[in-house]
Design a protein around this ligand. Structure first.
Ligand SMILES: [Zn+2]
Length: 393
């Protein structure tokens, strides 16, 4: 019989039947294509499911992270037939005459060329700060999304539509085109050919309300921001990355127990004593630049004094820092002197792993890194594509 295991996240003994495959670095950060060492099996199903919805999603779907990831992807999109880009979220919108069913909310998003997207979706009060709402609800409960393109130029609307369809993938959403698209001869393109639904009477009415609000230049929005969106996530990521890099020695450290306390706060009012800086307490913005890379989700692991510290940034912004454990821990994955840097590019399903020293040498031009030069070339092409898109009318 297989022996029980201690769950990395909750620290409780669990049977093998309760073990699940967990990516220490979640999918939205590019964890699906991260090195194999970041795949864990010592995580229980309960932690995997509950932390995915209440901890990973609280971070991933916060307004800041959603929009930073969209900006990062934009830096790596090089041509019209690249995959659609993540939409940027503006926030819940109040549009005059828009019919929003009970228990739903209208949310305003922006496409890569400035397309307006209005998504009428189920609302879950507990997830007011989640862009896109409750991710499980929107897979099961129906919603309607409208897109208003900014241009009839195929170069622009093709990427806009592809981005719209990608954002609604696996969502139970009807898709309505809110403007006519015409061929060169002036004939209107049938929206169903482009993957849209034919509007019902109510949807046609809503389409008019959205158009009127756009022409009036007036879509009032409200942004719900939870400034503590990252605390539990930081601790969870520290557990996953710390164990992946340092192995069993990581499990016996007092800091590991504190990180668990941060993931599952005990009901007795005590809080985790782990050291770190959450996203908005990192006052020095230049730190994110140093510990980051354009277009990348960057994970930095460095020895500073008595501790190993991890920092995370997205597109050189929104840094967070957390202690992984004492600097006495060693690992053949981490260079003691030069640290460990993992750059993830979720939009391109790729990563670059190197030392912190190598990353800094590349960024400062002292010594170029071949893998990063490839990324830099993609970014240069993306920047040209951006100019081309902006010039298309
Ligand atoms: Zn667990």
């Amino acid at each position: 019989m297989a022996s029980p295991f201690i769950c990395l996240y909750c620290g409780q003994e669990k049977q093998q039947s309760e073990s699940s495959l967990e990516h220490a670095i979640p999918q939205f950060m590019g964890g699906n294509c991260a090195p194999k060492i970041f795949q864990l099996t010592n995580v229980c199903t309960t932690c995997n499911n509950r932390l995915g919805l209440w901890v990973d999603a609280a971070y991933a779907k916060s307004w800041f992270i959603t929009n930073s990831l969209a900006e990062a992807a934009r830096l790596l999109c090089t041509k019209p037939d690249d995959p659609g880009l993540p939409l940027r979220c503006i926030g819940p919108a109040q549009i005059p005459n828009l019919v929003v069913p009970e228990g739903h909310v209208a949310e305003h998003w922006i496409g890569p060329s400035g397309e307006t997207v209005t998504w009428i979706r189920p609302h879950d009060e507990r997830m007011d700060g989640y862009t896109g709402g409750n991710p499980i609800d929107t897979k099961k409960k129906s919603s309607v999304a409208y897109i208003f393109p900014v241009s009839e130029n195929p170069g622009k609307w093709e990427l806009g539509f592809r981005s719209f369809h990608r954002a609604l993938e696996k969502r139970k959403a009807r898709k309505i085109l809110a403007a006519a698209i015409r061929e060169h001869n002036g004939n209107e393109v049938d929206p169903t050919i482009l993957g849209f639904n034919s509007p019902t009477t109510e949807e046609a009415g809503n389409r008019e309300a959205i158009r009127a609000a756009i022409y009036a230049g007036n879509i009032p929005v409200r942004v719900a921001v939870d400034t503590k969106f990252d605390l539990r996530f930081m601790c969870k990521l520290a557990l996953g990355v710390g164990y992946s890099l340092f192995g069993d020695v990581f499990l016996t450290q007092p800091t590991t127990a504190e990180a668990r306390k941060g993931v599952w706060p005990p009901g007795d009012g005590t809080t985790s004593a782990i050291r770190g800086m959450s996203t908005f307490s990192a006052v020095d913005a230049s730190f994110a630049y140093l510990a980051g890379y354009p277009g990348a989700v960057t994970i930095f692991v460095m020895r500073t004094g008595p501790s190993w510290m991890m920092s995370v940034s997205i597109n050189e912004k929104l840094p967070l820092v957390i202690e992984l454990g004492p600097s006495s821990m060693t690992s053949h994955h981490v260079n003691v002197e030069e640290g460990y840097a993992l750059l993830l590019f979720p939009y391109r399903d790729s990563f670059v792993a190197l030392t912190v020293a190598e990353l800094i040498a590349h960024k400062s031009g002292v010594m170029r890194n071949a893998a990063l030069e490839k990324i830099d070339a993609i970014r240069a092409a993306a920047s040209q594509f951006d100019v081309q898109l902006a010039n298309d009318v």
